[in-house]
Design a protein around this ligand. Structure first.
Ligand code: CDP
Ligand code: CDP
Length: 221
């Protein structure tokens, strides 16, 4: 079974996808982490975030891998654990530029389909239901107001010891949503057959239960 979860920044996609994957024994694939890793590679190699040819070359030379350690999913680039380094505000602010590059998207989509293989998988991102797994049995489009998403992100940063201003985060989230929704190649868009879930006033547990019920309903068919 394939479950696709798409939606804008900080809607809760990865948090709920991880919990559901654990409960059901599905593989979880965080596609946003892959575009973040590409952005980090460009930063480390001092490549302009719009230089597609050089970024692609650098991605080919720096393998991106997911590894499970003590029940946690870690992201590695060229053998180095970059799980924290890909979550900084600098990477977050520039990832939409890198993820809009055609060659980068083609390479990542190919990798994502390879990773999904033919096992039970839950994958989150922006274009999973529309492009990466168009035949997924269940497609969820998670949304929430910009204000509530910014408050969640502020707490996330605080836990990592990063101090950011709420108004700046709100501005950055709105800007990233705009860029992700307006790019030419596979923009953020609800698939026609996706179910929208508005999590503005929902706890994580409520969202998990709601999606689990939808998965169970599909499996029972
Ligand atoms: O966690 P957050 O919502 O901040 O973002 P993410 O899921 O880590 O994704 C980071 C960025 O990667 C997004 O803003 C998109 O620009 C890009 N992305 C994408 O283009 N396609 C995907 N399938 C996943 C992420
Ligand atoms: O993956 P995505 O960017 O969509 O969001 P996330 O990183 O899973 O969630 C962003 C933050 O919102 C996390 O700190 C979650 O714990 C929190 N969250 C929440 O407070 N309430 C929800 N219903 C969902 C997520």
């Amino acid at each position: 079974m394939q479950v696709a979860i798409d939606g804008p920044a900080s809607a809760g996609k990865s948090t709920v996808a991880k919990i559901i994957a654990k409960k059901l024994g599905f593989i979880y694939i965080d596609t946003g982490a892959m575009y973040r890793a590409c952005t980090l590679i460009a930063k480390k190699e001092h490549i302009d975030y719009g230089d597609e040819a050089r970024i692609l070359e650098a991605i080919n030379q720096n393998k991106i891998e997911f590894k499970s350690e003590a029940g946690e999913q870690k992201v590695y680039v060229a053998g180095e654990d970059v799980s924290l380094a890909i979550r900084t505000p600098e990477i977050t602010e520039n990832v939409s530029q890198v993820s809009a590059l055609k060659g980068v998207r083609e390479k990542m989509v190919e990798l994502q389909r390879e990773m999904a293989g033919s096992t039970n998988v839950i994958m989150d991102g922006r274009d999973i239901g529309t492009t990466v797994l168009p035949d997924a049995e269940l497609k969820i489009f998670l949304v929430a107001s910009v204000h509530s998403r910014a408050k969640r992100r502020l707490l996330d940063y605080a836990e990592k010891g990063i101090h950011e201003d709420l108004a700046k985060i709100e501005h950055d989230i709105a800007e990233r949503d705009y860029k992700d929704s307006h790019r030419a190649i596979s923009p953020l868009k609800k698939a026609d057959d996706a179910v929208e879930v508005d999590t503005t006033n929902m706890s994580i547990d409520e969202v998990v239960d709601d999606i689990l019920a939808k998965i169970n309903a599909k499996m029972a068919k």
